[in-house]
Design a protein around this ligand. Structure first.
Ligand SMILES: Nc1ncnc2c1ncn2[C@@H]1O[C@H](COP(=O)(O)OP(=O)(O)OP(=O)(O)O)[C@@H](O)[C@H]1O
Ligand SMILES: Cc1ncc(CO)c(N)n1
Length: 270
């Protein structure tokens, strides 16, 4: 059985963070493990509070996972502070983790900040250089590259800057554009666009977590990076196109489309 680890925050509403990651990995037939960096009290309308674990406790979770069931891939999501980022980077290096997909989470879909400003600096210095792939959305790519992004050409320039500075592949996600949902992969000096049709669904809570976990799941199975990204985007589009509508704000996506056969479609109807 292929295995994957998510290092991320818990989302009490189940649409993003650890919960989205585990749902996605399970839908890909992957055995999912987790190291929790923080608990968030959040729902589709916003984040009420964040409780971080201590660096020492995060390190223990990582040691427990890596010394027992070694993950074939690692997805990194919300890490709220520099101390937790340092422990994570050291641990991944010490345990020789492979297939590391880093979602540089900074702000939730609802607009709330999930990491402090020192964490952004630590992310750049400690985590990006060890990652195989980093998956910023447009505002995150602006922070990491230090430039404004208005169009596809700017996305290429920013992704190139990030990739060349930190020595990792970069997937710049286009979900924050108005007209399309095209993502750009920069890897080893060349660009590949993944074109996506914009789905008219406001319920996009957790799209970034889902995409990065789907990529990690595909890498865990041994897929090449380009194929892993292409298939992950297909998974995300299907989950979004299922038009689940829960909660009072930007709701989560439906992962159950991938596992419906177990109980039949009828069991999912309300
Ligand atoms: N309305 C949409 N229709 C189709 N694809 C979308 C839509 N919105 C986002 N996506 C896709 O979802 C993926 C995640 O991109 P996005 O830019 O939304 O990430 P994010 O902002 O990190 O997500 P999150 O909301 O979890 O923070 C990308 O592949 C993007 O193209
Ligand atoms: C815990 C957590 N991680 C990531 C995101 C980004 O969507 C979120 N809203 N919550």
């Amino acid at each position: 059985m292929y295995t994957a680890l998510t290092i991320a925050g818990s989302d009490s509403s189940g649409g993003a963070g650890i919960q989205a990651d585990i749902k996605t990995m399970m839908a890909h037939g992957i055995y999912a493990m987790s190291a929790v960096t923080a608990l968030t009290a959040q729902n589709t309308t916003g984040v009420a509070d964040i409780l971080e674990v201590t660096p020492d406790f995060l390190e223990k979770q990582l040691d427990c996972v890596f010394t027992d069931i070694f993950p074939d891939a690692v997805k990194i999501g919300m890490i709220p502070s520099a101390g937790l980022i340092e422990v994570t980077a050291d641990s991944l290096l010490r345990h020789r983790a492979r297939n590391i997909v880093l979602d540089p989470v900074m702000v939730a879909t609802s607009g709330a900040r999930l990491t402090d400003l020192q964490a952004v600096e630590a992310l750049k210095e400690k985590l990006l250089p060890g990652a195989d792939l980093v998956t910023p959305n447009i505002p995150e790519a602006e922070v990491l590259s230090g430039m404004k992004i208005k169009d596809g050409e700017d996305m290429e320039e920013a992704a190139g800057k990030i990739g060349d500075t930190y020595g990792c592949a970069v997937l710049c996600k286009g979900g924050h554009q108005l007209n399309d949902a095209n993502d750009l992969l920069y890897r080893k000096g060349s660009f590949k666009w993944f074109k996506g049709k914009r789905i008219d669904n406001p319920n996009t809570h957790g799209t970034g977590c889902t995409l990065s976990s789907a990529i990690a799941s595909n890498l865990a199975r041994g897929m090449e990076m380009e194929a892993a990204v292409g298939l992950a985007k297909e998974y995300l589009s299907k989950a979004l196109a299922d038009m689940l509508d829960l909660g009072h704000g930007r709701g989560p996506m439906n992962h159950a489309f991938a596992v419906r056969d177990w109980r039949g479609d009828a069991a999912n109807e309300k």
